[in-house]
Design a protein around this ligand. Structure first.
Ligand SMILES: Cc1ncc(COP(=O)(O)O)c(C=O)c1O
Length: 483
């Protein structure tokens, strides 16, 4: 069949589904009242290149420089760098430009894969902090200042600290206190704020990396602001950042043909943030308040209501319902035309943005109300949580990882001679590549990590349940070839 992708997009588009996932413009709905700066109407005309008047992203001195300066000002930072390869390019550039091979950095184990890619490319030595786990909801918490302090005491040579803030579930770290620690030691603070471009729009939201004066903060505009996929911005503050090296690295990790559509979309995201952002965020949080209040009537499903979390990320715990998060996700998709961001055995995530209406939230609530009623009527609440825990997959993403997972440097393992072996045969071998459930894109196994009986069993469990893992192909995992 020709154009299979376009055909599929056409079909999905006609279904008019409700989006609780990225991108944050929610099929353009965020622009319904205020317009999108003419992007949709002039798509092909705006899709230009570096010609007279359009400046050069590799070394901006004209309109792109002006646009970036404006974005920096709106977000109260000193410099902004437009990213057309998502926060992934920003993470690589911000980490690699401020480190040298073999440097140690302190970071949580549940970082996004782009950070692991930076470790591989830069031959960096990770010193991992284990995130705390919420005992009721079984999701990772934000990183505390005490954890960072202890990590830096144990590894005093760290050149910097990297935080994911907020994490995928909306839990933030103690960013202000952590900033105090890094400042005192004169080391860098990188903030992976891919999920928090909307922070700063409401006092209830966690503090932004910029407000905490982090040296470098990267934000995926496309995730939580109205902007197109891949549009993101890296913000730099203070005088610790080597800006020449930063620009060099941005040019390594980004396309030399930057999309003007994406850059216009970033600018449009900034405009939205600066003009109607505060009002729209207030409305969204009001809608979420109502949703949360009604949701308390339900017995089988619980929301994450941790104080200070980013409430625009609605984590719904399904453990008491007898259904896994993935089963509930399928139910919502098939019966209510609702698409969620992420599901795990213990729950699922609705990623809301200012493009979601109160009606969307109402429909989400009603779908859960109906599901609860059906489950009660059918008496179908098996104790799935206990079973899953026994099977060892329930905590699939949040299990405690080894603190020094590689034993050999991640880069050495990655570039070693490698071979694919069956999961059973991988026991006690070193992984040659990362193994990652996606989403959330947080590697379960890192290159160099020894496949313990527990990890092997986990991989088998994934296989049994038909859950796709990036890094596993036809039941085989890449391991380092033995001498
Ligand atoms: C924590 C985190 N950092 C970075 C990224 C990469 O962002 P992008 O998709 O904009 O490249 C993601 C993507 O999901 C993420 O979850």
């Amino acid at each position: 069949m020709s154009t299979p992708l376009i055909n599929t997009l056409e079909v999905l588009n006609k279904e008019n589904r409700i989006s609780f996932h990225t991108p944050g413009h929610k099929k353009g709905k965020a622009y319904e009242n205020t317009g999108d700066g003419g992007i949709r109407e002039n798509l092909y005309q705006y899709d230009t290149t570096e010609v007279f008047g359009t400046d050069q992203l590799q070394d901006p001195s004209g309109v792109l420089r002006e646009s970036q300066q404006w974005t920096a000002g709106v977000f109260k930072s000193s410099r902004a760098y437009y990213l057309i390869n998502g926060s992934s390019a920003g993470v690589l550039s911000m980490v690699l430009s401020q480190t040298k091979p073999k440097d140690e950095i302190l970071l949580p184990r549940d970082v996004h894969q782009s950070v692991i890619h930076a470790l591989i490319l830069g031959d960096l030595t990770p010193r991992f902090i284990q995130p705390g786990i919420d005992p009721l909801l079984n999701i990772p918490k934000g990183i505390t200042a005490q954890q960072v302090q202890e990590g830096l005491k144990k590894h005093p040579n760290c050149k910097g600290v990297l935080l994911t803030h907020p994490n995928y579930y909306g839990r933030g770290g103690e960013i202000r206190e952590i900033r105090r620690l890094t400042r005192k030691l004169g080391i860098i603070l990188w903030v992976d704020q891919a999920h928090g471009a909307h922070l700063g729009l409401h006092p209830e939201l966690p503090l932004s990396g910029i407000d905490a004066e982090a040296d470098l903060t990267v934000m995926s505009f496309h995730k939580t602001l109205p902007a197109m996929n891949q549009s993101a911005v890296l913000f730099a503050m203070g005088d610790r950042v080597d800006r020449d090296r930063l620009l060099e690295h941005l040019n390594i990790h980004q396309s030399s043909s930057p999309s003007y559509i994406l850059m216009a979309s970033i600018e449009q995201g900034t405009r939205y943030y600066s003009e109607e952002g505060k009002e729209k965020m207030g409305e969204l949080l009001e809608g979420i308040d109502k949703f949360e209040k009604k949701f308390q009537n339900l017995q089988l499903f619980q929301l994450d209501r941790a104080p200070g979390k980013d409430r625009t990320k609605i984590w719904i715990h399904t453990e008491n319902s007898g259904k896994t998060g993935s089963e509930v996700e399928t139910y919502l998709r098939e019966n209510h035309g609702i698409d969620m961001e992420l599901s795990m055995p213990q729950g699922l995530l609705a990623l809301t943005s200012m493009g979601n209406s109160k009606k969307d939230l109402e429909k989400l609530y009603l779908a859960f109300e109906e599901l609860e009623e059906t489950l009660y009527n059918k008496g179908k609440m098996e104790k799935f949580a206990g079973n899953l825990r026994k099977e060892g997959i329930f905590d699939r993403e949040v299990e405690r990882q080894q603190e020094e997972p590689s034993g050999i440097p991640i880069r050495t393992a990655f570039y070693s001679d490698k071979e694919r072996v069956s999961i059973n045969k991988s026991l006690n071998r070193r992984a040659g590549s990362a193994v990652t459930p996606y989403p959330p894109g947080i590697p379960l196994i890192l290159p160099g990590e020894v496949i313990s009986p527990r990890l092997r069993d986990k991989l088998l469990e994934y296989e049994k349940r038909n859950i796709k893992l990036i890094g596993i192909k036809e039941g085989k995992i890449m391991v380092v070839t033995e001498e």
